[in-house]
Design a protein around this ligand. Structure first.
Ligand code: NAP
Length: 346
């Protein structure tokens, strides 16, 4: 039997945490010991893993002793609060939050795109934003054949992108509306059931929200190309799980639709889903729970001879967060890269 590793999930009771737990089990990740960490609120609750019930603990400075890999998904402030303790304890943190993504000392990795960046880590590796991961996996295989010059993206983001409670809130809102009652809003600024609104993250002076700027800046970092032109409009929609994206790509010269289909149908992490006769293309309901990003409706941009249009749906809790993080952990093990974590970040 190969080596196995001591793993901690920070944020184990959340939407991403639950998926991390499921994936560690279903992918048969070599875990010798698993710690489930959250806040005081859920300390003492039990979660199933490999046929046993494990107790959730409130995170403390001692939590990271004897841990090799920390899978963090409790939000940016929590990751910032614990990263140095985790690294000093000898662990590598793979972080799902936005805390370190644009830190130049922290690799930002989508394993299908830039696995080589893992070699430079100093104890923390950032998992990109979910919409960015889904888009990157789908378009990078095309970019490798002919560099993309410009990306115009529009997203249709599900409620669970804002966490487990937000997803429940949409269900409660839908029930209230159907009962003729006023829907209550807590996780979102406006009712999401039977509605949609532009992503509610903070706006910058140019009128772009944080989610849109994550797509711009993170894609450039992952692709290693600061000159890539990207613009995005991010919208929250009343879908429970899995994000969708309409993407327009501009190349230097025409990119044939049939070649693009051929490339997508063979690329890792994506699945071509198209039945033009039946008008059947990727849907969030079918992307939910799947590892692959579903891509379809690949067609010529009528307004630009060098342009392609495509549509994708991907499970943002799975490939957009938990699965990508576990794939990074698998990459570190495969390439024997857990060690550099012993050096400090600064
Ligand atoms: P969530 O469902 O709200 O879960 C949050 C988790 O963090 C819970 O386990 C919660 O534990 C824990 N937590 C909160 N405060 C804490 C504290 N002070 N100390 C320790 N643990 C604490 O959120 P989520 O959707 O899983 O998102 C988690 C992170 O992943 C965020 O950074 C988010 O941006 C990122 N992410 C989410 C998605 C997505 O699709 N949902 C996709 C990509 C990235 P309690 O049970 O104790 O409250």
């Amino acid at each position: 039997m190969g080596q196995s590793y001591r793993v901690a999930i920070l944020g184990a009771t959340g939407a991403v945490g639950a998926e991390l737990l499921e994936l560690l089990e279903s992918r048969d990740f070599p875990v010798s010991d698993l710690k489930l960490l959250a806040s005081e609120r859920s300390a003492g609750s039990m979660l199933p893993f490999r046929g046993e019930k494990l107790t959730v603990e409130a995170v403390t400075a001692k939590s990271f002793r004897d841990v090799d890999i920390v899978l963090a998904s409790a939000g940016a402030s929590i990751s910032r609060a614990w990263v140095e303790t985790a690294i000093a304890s000898g662990a590598v943190m793979i972080d799902n939050s936005s805390a370190f993504r644009m830190d130049e000392n922290v690799p930002l990795i989508v394993p299908e795109v830039n696995p080589q960046a893992a070699a430079t880590h100093r104890g923390v590796i950032a998992n990109p934003n979910c919409t960015t991961i889904l888009m990157s996996v789908a378009i990078y295989p095309l970019h490798q054949v002919q560099p993309i010059q410009r990306i115009v993206a529009a997203t249709y983001q599900s409620a669970s992108g804002a966490g487990a409670r937000a997803m429940e809130e949409v269900k409660t809102q839908a029930q209230a509306i159907l009962n003729g009652e006023e829907p209550k809003t807590e996780s979102f600024p406006y009712p999401l059931a039977f509605n949609l609104f532009p992503h509610n993250s903070k706006l910058n002076e140019q009128g772009y929200c944080e989610e849109e700027m994550k797509m711009v800046n993170e894609t450039r970092k992952i692709f290693g190309d600061d000159s890539l032109r990207i613009t995005a409009t991010c919208v929250r929609v009343p879908v429970l799980r899995a994000h969708s994206e309409a993407i327009n790509l501009e190349f230097e010269s025409p990119f044939s639709v049939s070649q693009a289909r051929e490339i997508i149908s063979q690329a890792p992490g994506v699945k071509l889903v198209e039945d033009w006769q039946a008008n059947y293309f990727p849907m969030p309901i079918e992307a939910s729970g799947k590892d692959e990003v579903l891509v379809g409706r690949i067609r010529q941009d009528l307004s630009n001879p060098n342009g392609l249009e495509l549509w994708l749906c991907g499970d943002q809790i799975r490939k957009g967060a938990a699965l990508n993080a576990i794939q990074i952990a698998e990459l570190l093990i495969e390439r024997n890269l857990l060690k550099p974590a012993l050096a400090t970040r600064s």
